[in-house]
Write a protein that binds this ligand. Structure first.
Ligand code: NAD
Length: 379
């Protein structure tokens, strides 16, 4: 019998974006194996996906309820489930999994609404089972390097932050053509009330708090729906205030024509600043007030322990999105194994969890409220 952790999946059916990425990333380090799934709301499509993943046909289930029911009775049942569905299912699937005693790795945002995430938080606490949240960008080695630099105070007190996440793929009303990913993302019932702000704004917000270690305390946001007829926001500009007196901006858009996945973070302290771009993730720029600019390369032997711990390849051999995703899975696997040996053992602090989920949903809710009232709102 395999001694890998056994993973089930909800979502990730034929044509899905992120489910197959989860499988590749989860299995990359050889600690996890996908063995079961409820891949689609259609039993036939779930079977087809299971066959595509070369699973035992008996373990490609017609629903997530059927999967948990059957898997909890097997001696080789799943150890955890990954949730890769549209947002409105994140809470019910997590609740059902915890009810069956199964740990959860969920994609972001944690839930569809802020009320839901508060419920999820209490379910996670009651279940006392591991929960991880795949804010993928937290898994890049140079994001870990930047985080460690800031935690060590290398830049001095933080004064200013600028985070942006620009995409262009929703520049036209793609949802009207039935494009799957656009259709549920622009339907408030399936997505939740925050469109662009929820889909990618939460990633930008998470990256900002993750790297700086500072919490946003208030926000003044202007959300807009640029494409006529769209039911949710597709563009956002926001001013931020942070703990310790820093201020900043968060810009997110899915109608920035020509942009692909333009996530960029800049953080300015008294002595210098850092800049990291997701589309060039193997370089971290560190600029000093009184010194030349440094470019730190992924895989460099001079990087700190946190970056080296999540690096697989020597410098010059690019790692990317899949490897960053896989870092979160490796941390989840190690955390789950450790927790089984000693349930008082916490999950790794570098792995986003329910607190990050609550912050992200609070961010969406606060941004909407600020935009609605045209004023600053506190967190
Ligand atoms: P998608 O539409 O491509 O895939 C969703 C899948 O869920 C489909 O296969 C669909 O059939 C399935 N599904 C729907 N209802 C179901 C049900 N009742 N039971 C089982 N399966 C069901 O969407 P996507 O782009 O892959 O996004 C999925 C989730 O992943 C979203 O929450 C999104 O925010 C998140 N996401 C995260 C990242 C990241 O970088 N971490 C990137 C993309 C998407």
């Amino acid at each position: 019998m395999s001694c890998k952790l056994r993973m089930g999946m909800v979502g990730g059916g034929p044509g899905a974006f992120i489910g197959p990425v989860h499988k590749i990333a989860a299995e990359l380090d050889g600690k996890i194996e996908l063995v079961a799934g409820a891949f689609s709301q259609s039993a036939e499509r779930s079977r087809a996906a299971g066959a595509g993943f070369a699973l035992d046909p008996a373990r490609a289930y017609p629903s997530y309820e059927a999967m948990f029911e059957a898997e909890k009775l097997r001696t080789d049942g799943i150890d955890f489930v990954v949730i890769a569905t549209p947002n409105h299912l994140h809470l019910p699937v997590a609740k059902a999994a915890f009810g069956a005693g199964i740990a959860v790795m969920s994609d972001k945002p944690a839930t569809a609404t802020y009320d839901e995430v508060l419920e999820l938080e209490s379910v996670v606490n009651q279940a006392a089972l591991p929960y991880g949240l795949t804010h993928t960008y937290a898994g890049y080695s140079l994001v870990r390097e930047a985080r460690a630099l800031l935690a060590a105070g290398a830049l001095g007190p933080i004064r200013k932050v600028a985070v942006e996440y620009l995409q262009g793929w929703l520049s036209a009303p793609l949802e009207a053509s039935g494009q799957k990913q656009a259709a549920w993302r622009s339907d408030p019932a399936l997505n939740g009330p925050g469109g662009c702000i929820g889909d990618i704004g939460t990633h930008a917000f998470h990256l900002l708090e993750y790297v700086t270690g500072l919490k946003v305390t208030s926000i003044h946001a202007a959300l807009a729906t640029i494409v006529p007829g769209r039911r949710l926001d597709d563009d956002c500009n926001a001013l931020l205030r942070l703990e310790g007196g820093a201020s900043g901006t968060l810009m997110a858009s899915q109608v920035a024509a020509g942009e692909r996945n333009g996530l960029r973070l800049r953080v300015y302290g008294e002595k210098g600043s850092i800049e990291w771009r997701q589309q060039d993730p193997n370089r971290l720029s560190v600029k000093w007030l009184d010194g030349p600019e440094e470019i730190r390369h992924a895989g460099g032997s001079y990087l700190g322990a946190d970056a080296r711990a999540v690096t697989r390849l020597p410098g010059g051999h690019p790692e990317g999105y899949i490897e960053a995703f896989a870092v979160l899975y490796r941390e989840f696997a190690d955390g789950l194994i450790g927790w089984r040996q000693d349930p008082s053992q916490a999950m790794p602090v570098t792995l986003p969890g329910i607190q990050a989920g609550v912050r992200g949903m609070r961010f969406i809710e606060r941004a909407i409220e600020s935009s609605r009232t045209g004023s600053w709102v506190n967190f």
